[in-house]
Design a protein around this ligand. Structure first.
Ligand code: ATP
Length: 360
């Protein structure tokens, strides 16, 4: 089922939770709604589900206006952060629930229900737990059962609100991959809410970045990461060094061939792995030195300081492969030269800095 949101707005009292949202989600996509706490993610999900009514705008499902349709008539399945499995029912009965409460006319026979439930439990790889009760499951297992239960009624859209939010990091990681594989298998249009950019990047085919009730950007994970539309998106996705040229000066650009006539109000965002670092000899005049470094596994994060910075960005973070770090023989206190391979520029009056200035 495709989803079109047209000019959706929602206020709570005077507070504008969603402000003229336009969004199209083609059938079969796996979309992440990503943004900081309170930006309107859950409200948007609830409006799609029919649990909340927008003040303005329309919700079209498969091209039909469903804005005023009841939640039960939308063919949508949900999973929320706090898995609401029925504690007094076994895993099997939890998954069968949605089928057993269907009106007599549309309710499958008990034999078909048994087959469907076992198929679903196999799909989430937990059929062996079918006669357990929710209290006897781990958090990750409960979440997979909650998904199986949502899928039992064959929804045309699946909405997941921070489905793995309450789980510890390693289980979350495992379930992210699992969700992506499950989606590849079923191809149900799926929207999940998260405030974790890594989760969005890893799972979604499309990411919608929200902030203060507005869409800042929509695109593939690659587009969002490599071509952020504004400084909010750039900072929200991944790590970046933020340089306010008025305060921070441009000594960090020296040796990079970037020349700017006017630095007023300009910010440059540079990802740590876009900064090359080269060891200089002791007598070199560079103001930049290696203060500290941390081992992140395959990469090393370097903490660099610039004596000439007047502003706030006193520490510059760079990253390099750990093998390269070993070869470089860098040690704390060494003077270094920086090579900025790529930067994102914001608030430039001219639409682009010269080609040579962004990539070299
Ligand atoms: N029923 C309500 N009454 C009043 N204000 C509400 C209501 N529901 C949500 N809000 C406000 O609307 C804003 C958006 O809320 P929403 O739950 O959509 O945010 P969110 O992005 O999902 O946040 P989080 O990541 O913290 O769950 C918040 O400031 C919230 O306080």
């Amino acid at each position: 089922m495709s989803i079109v949101l047209s000019n959706i707005s929602k206020k709570f009292g005077q507070f504008s939770a969603l402000d003229h949202i336009d969004l199209e989600i083609p059938e079969g996509e796996l979309v992440a709604l990503l943004g900081p706490s309170g930006c309107g993610k859950t409200t948007l999900l609830r409006i799609i589900a029919g649990l909340e009514r927008p003040d303005d705008g329309k919700v079209l499902l498969s091209g039909e206006d469903k804005t005023d349709h009841d939640v039960r008539k939308r063919g949508i399945g949900f999973v929320f952060q706090h898995y609401a499995l029925f504690r007094h029912m076994t895993v099997f009965d939890n998954v069968a629930f949605g089928l057993r409460v269907k009106p007599t006319k549309t309710r499958p026979s008990e034999a078909i229900i048994r087959k469907n439930v076992h198929d679903l439990l196999n799909l989430v790889q937990l059929d062996w737990l079918h006669d357990r009760f929710p209290d006897q499951l781990s958090g990750g297992q409960r979440q997979r059962i909650a998904l199986a239960r949502a899928l039992a009624v064959e929804p045309k859209v699946l909405l997941l609100d921070e489905p793995f939010g309450a789980l510890d990091a390693s289980v979350r990681k495992e379930l992210r991959l699992w969700l992506r594989h499950l989606h590849n298998e079923l191809n149900v249009t799926t929207i999940f809410v998260t405030h974790d950019q890594e989760e969005a990047m890893e799972v979604a085919s499309q990411i919608v970045v929200l902030n203060h009730g507005k869409i800042e950007q929509k695109g593939t994970p690659t587009q969002i990461y490599d071509e952020p539309k504004n400084d909010f998106v750039s900072q929200f996705i991944g790590h970046t060094n933020v340089f306010h040229l008025e305060n921070d000066g441009d000594t960090w650009l020296k040796g990079s061939s970037i020349v700017l006539d006017n630095t007023d109000g300009i910010t440059a965002h540079v990802r740590p792995h876009h900064i090359g670092v080269e060891k200089l000899d002791e007598n070199a005049s560079s103001p930049i030195s290696l203060k500290d470094w941390q081992h992140l596994g395959a990469t090393i994060r370097l903490e660099l300081t610039n004596d000439e910075f007047k502003g706030t960005a006193k520490v510059i973070y760079a990253e390099m492969p750990s093998d390269q770090f070993k070869q470089s023989r860098l040690k704390k206190g060494d003077k270094v030269a920086l090579f900025i391979r790529q930067a994102h520029w914001f608030n430039l009056e001219k639409p682009h800095v010269p080609e040579a200035a962004t990539n070299f």
